[in-house]
Design a protein around this ligand. Sequence first.
Ligand code: MG
Length: 255
Amino acid sequence: MKQYIRYEEQGKPHYGQVTPEGVYGLEGPPWHEIQPTGWMGQLEDLKILTPVEPSKIICIGVNYADHAAERGSDVPKEPVLFLKPPSTLIGPDDSIRYPPQSQHVDYEGELAVVIGKRIFCPDPVQARQAIFGYVIANDVTARDLQRSDEQWTRGKGFDTFCPVGPVINVDVDLGSREIETRLNGEAKQRSNVSNMVFDVEYLVHYCAQVMTLLPGDIILTGTPSGVGPMTPGDTVEVEIEGFGVLRNFIVAPGE
Ligand code: MG
């Protein structure tokens, strides 16, 4: 398995590869053929940024049967797609800002697929080959606004509503990894990525029939059961077995 991050060094963002010896700076995004810069540092000394700069964030709604049951809806026959604007992105340890328009903001711990190749209407093999790696995400949702609005754009689209990180995991078998979301240290969502209704290859192929996927784009693959509200002062963590922990803090609108 290889792991890549984005980090800040002397005020500038860089991509890097995480190794047991330390972090090696890279000349560009790891999905291109890129060279080491010669710079090396230690992970604990770095400000870690969100590891992707997507042109779009595609999300899948209701992709775990247990989550469909808790919403009182059927498992969809085809994937449900929606988008979050790239302005929702934040990195590990960044703050999720509670919007003043909402009284109910939920966490949704999710696995996200990172695209490594430009594809449009690929065959299933090309779609599979376009998967660069996997990252942890939190599809933060203003549930009251999602319910009151015909479209989900407002409830899903506030700035800071898409924490992603800390590392992109590459050359891994997704297998049956545990996914867990914790609120203030208490487990709230516990499932396994093997419980998805539509698997990652199907989702990439499906999305690429609709829109051109570009390197660095991400697809959030849906959340298991156990979604619930957060309030300012809370700490939320999403962990996927072997992929790290994505931690963020909830702050009031003015903070
Ligand atoms: Mg979601």
